[in-house]
Design a protein around this ligand. Structure first.
Ligand code: GLA
Length: 726
């Protein structure tokens, strides 16, 4: 049984972890424990002390040792004497804030709960159990259902919440977290992923301090700046040892992850919605759903934590035709052509792609409306036949006739002021009345909180996609939301959340209508790389920065929280368009092969030699799909401190692995030899290397490592496959 409920104690067990809570004698839900799998009841951990200035709830009588300011809780609220960050804040229409929640029901079910309109981990009744703890306040008409999904095999616990108005007047939600985790002991480090367009998901590790730290996006999207993912780790934790907890939001709008120590040295970790402009009205009888967060714990370091999260996303979030399937190797037109192409140029790209043994041609931005640069055309999803010099159907047919699949780019959430859509419906853009809007890349954001706007865009896209089978759709979103004003509601505090529901609705409808289509999402590169999106799109463009060396850090950070086979990664030309760096094509391919793999350049400008190499690279990637798409991704060095970056894709049964190592600078002839230390191998196995044919013992590979060849020059890459020989 994954969920045990005895008397007043509820325990959630996974293969390697236990999560425990208790309904105390006042009816409040206290958190007891989350960590290494354990039997027994951990209520002995809770201290009851008389603390000055901490306050005692009225029903504690004269007991000054019962204070919610110090007790570990599952879902703390303001107004109970807890002055730390609340998980939930509600305000009634007449201005009363706070509530005091007590348990009124506990329900255990087989299977995993779903969330209406929102992405969530899915699992069948043999794979998961659900716990619902209902909390109510005697004086405030509110019902809170805390939802816990337990996937024991995968070491995953999910959390979400439903907030229902059981009274007869409206209240507003101004803060809503999916997760609150109180840790009585410490200290802890917080690992988080910050960044900007072109340098997403950079790793930051800091101690959790007495001043609260917030990872939060006020951009309406999960953002480049503050990825909705964090790890809380013991200070000594590294890749292969130590305790660590991951929290990952399954949501693509603004999120908040908060960590802070209280004066008594307990640590509170929270994850949920960003409270930026949140004032969501909940009318009598209505329910507000707090998006889901995924939790996992590892007592054996970061690598195992990342593997668990990757498997959860691969097996229980991803859907569609490419779930458990390698994705096609594509040629994308963007960096090779930008806006300058016609149908014949695209056909020439397709022919080259076919000759180089690739699978798919993607026509990026510029095929629709009036769109010869980025100042116009967004919102007009009508084929520009004049520019193409042919109907889209003819282009698609000819690409298909070559034996290639066809893909196309769209940016459905956006509108250019110079577009027919904006001229017809200026009120459909998010613009604050009486003010000039903030422009981003010259464009405005459509009001996806309004169903009629979503319906209109859906119909436009369907009119294009229905014409012929389209095997791939790239869904872009090239700015943040700076003006939050909808003409469709008088409650502006609901707009950002409803916008995300509109986005998910459109993605869901397209996924259903085109069940064979592969969707890749994107937001100025990796500005919306989150677990919510991975429920609708198999892959996400990782960054607009295609430089192989910068990508090492971007992909390293991404790999902590996401399956690497979901990272859109392409080989582009040199000097690199973004930073001017020149790297060998072998290195660019080795780095792109960590992700989905494809090319984004004009093959007509490549040498014959490089075109031949592309063919070999495509073959190599196909020969290693078993490891890249189905194995465990294991980080073998830290690109911030090491002179090389290495990783391996290891078969689940440890029978084979692909080692990739990339030198990040120049090697001098006389330099000390660099050894890559492997991990996650079978210590008793012998592995034969595809490169030199030699046999290497698993134990020694993990103990001492393997030397990288001495080679003069810069940015060398090594990619070797190893198979067990006995
Ligand atoms: C964004 C994407 C790019 C490309 C352009 C097109 O920047 O990240 O890959 O699609 O838009 O305008």
């Amino acid at each position: 049984m994954a969920i045990e409920h005895t008397d007043n104690v509820i325990s959630l067990h996974t293969a390697h972890s236990t999560y425990q809570m208790m309904v105390d004698e006042t009816g409040r839900l206290l958190h007891l424990y989350y960590g290494r799998r354990s039997a027994g009841v951990m209520d002995y951990l809770i201290p009851y002390n008389d603390r000055g200035f901490c306050g005692n709830p009225y029903d504690a009588g004269n007991n000054r040792t019962y204070s919610l300011a110090c007790l570990p809780q599952e879902y703390p609220t303001f107004g109970t004497g807890d002055f730390r960050s609340p998980a939930l804040e509600v305000v009634t229409e007449d201005g009363k804030s706070g509530c005091d929640l007590k348990v009124t029901g506990v329900l255990v079910e087989n299977g995993k709960y779903a969330l209406e309109g929102l992405p969530a981990v899915h699992a069948d009744s043999s794979e998961a159990q659900t716990l619902v703890v209902t909390l109510e306040d005697k004086n405030v008409p509110i019902k809170v259902e805390l939802l816990y999904g337990v996937l024991p095999e995968g070491d995953i616990i999910t959390r979400a919440a439903k907030i229902t108005n059981t009274g007869d007047t409206r209240f507003y939600i101004t803060r809503a977290m999916a997760v609150n985790l109180d840790f009585l002991t410490g200290p802890w480090d917080l690992l988080s992923l910050y960044g900007y367009q072109g340098m997403e998901r950079q790793m930051q590790r800091t101690p959790v301090t007495f001043a609260e730290q917030r990872i939060t996006s006020r951009r309406g999207t999960s953002s480049h700046q503050a990825n909705p993912f964090a790890i809380l780790a013991a200070p000594e934790t590294n890749e292969n040892s130590g305790s660590c907890y991951a929290v990952e939001m399954v949501y693509s709008g603004g999120c908040e992850i908060l960590a802070g120590r209280d004066p008594y040295r307990a640590t509170r970790l929270q994850a949920g919605l960003s409270e930026h402009l949140l004032r969501y009205p909940v009318d009598p009888g209505k329910t507000f759903v707090v998006p889901e967060a995924i939790l996992s714990f590892s007592a054996t370091g970061f690598s195992d934590l990342s593997i668990r999260l990757a498997d959860c996303i691969r097996d229980h979030l991803m859907r569609g035709p490419y779930k458990h399937k390698a994705t096609p190797i594509l040629l994308n037109s963007w960096e090779g052509c930008y806006f300058t192409f016609d149908g014949n140029k695209l056909l020439a790209l397709a022919k080259e792609a076919k000759e180089m043994d690739l699978d798919l041609l993607v026509v990026d931005d510029g095929w629709f409306g009036k769109r010869d640069d980025d100042t116009s055309g967004l919102g007009d999803w009508v084929v520009n036949e004049k520019k193409l010099g042919m109907p889209l159907t003819s282009l698609i047919d000819q690409v298909h006739d070559l034996g290639l699949s066809f893909g196309i780019w769209v940016e459905p959430e956006m509108v250019s002021e110079d577009s027919d859509l904006y001229r017809a419906h200026p009120d459909w853009a998010l613009v604050t009345p009486g003010r000039y809007p903030v422009r981003g890349r010259y464009q405005l954001v459509l009001d996806f909180s309004r169903p009629e706007v979503v319906d209109h865009v859906y119909q436009q896209l369907v009119d294009v996609l229905d014409q012929r089978p389209v095997e791939y759709l790239k869904w872009d979103c090239n700015r943040s939301i700076a003006d939050v004003w909808s003409n469709g509601t008088s409650d502006q505090g609901r707009v950002l959340y409803d916008y995300v529901l509109g986005l998910y609705d459109l993605l869901e409808r397209l996924g259903k209508r085109y069940p064979k289509m592969l969707i890749e999402t994107c937001s100025g590169g990796g500005g919306r790389f989150d677990a919510g999106m991975l429920c609708y799109s198999r892959q996400i463009w990782c960054s607009d920065n295609t430089d192989a060396i910068d990508r090492l850090k971007i992909q390293y950070g991404t790999s902590f929280g996401y399956p690497t086979d979901a990272m859109g990664a392409h080989v582009s030309k040199v000097p690199n368009e973004q930073c001017g760096r020149i790297t060998p094509i072998e290195t660019r391919a080795a780095v792109a092969m960590a992700g989905t793999f494809g090319y984004e350049l004009d093959p007509a400008k490549m040498s014959e030699d490089d075109r031949n190499k592309v063919r070999e690279q495509a073959a190599f990637r196909r020969a290693n799909e078993d490891l890249i798409f189905f194995g465990d991704y294991v980080r073998l060095s830290d690109p911030y401190t090491s002179s090389f970056t290495a990783w391996s894709n290891v078969a689940k049964d440890r029978s084979a692995f692909l080692l990739t190592a990339v030198e990040t600078g120049i090697q001098f002839a006389d330099e000390p030899v660099r050894y890559v230390k492997l991990s996650h191998l079978n210590a008793d196995a012998l592995y034969r290397c595809s490169f030199d044919g030699k046999v290497y013992p698993g134990a020694a590979l993990m103990e001492t490592g393997i030397p990288l060849p001495q080679a003069k020059g810069e940015y060398h890459a090594f990619q070797w496959r190893f198979e067990t020989v006995r």
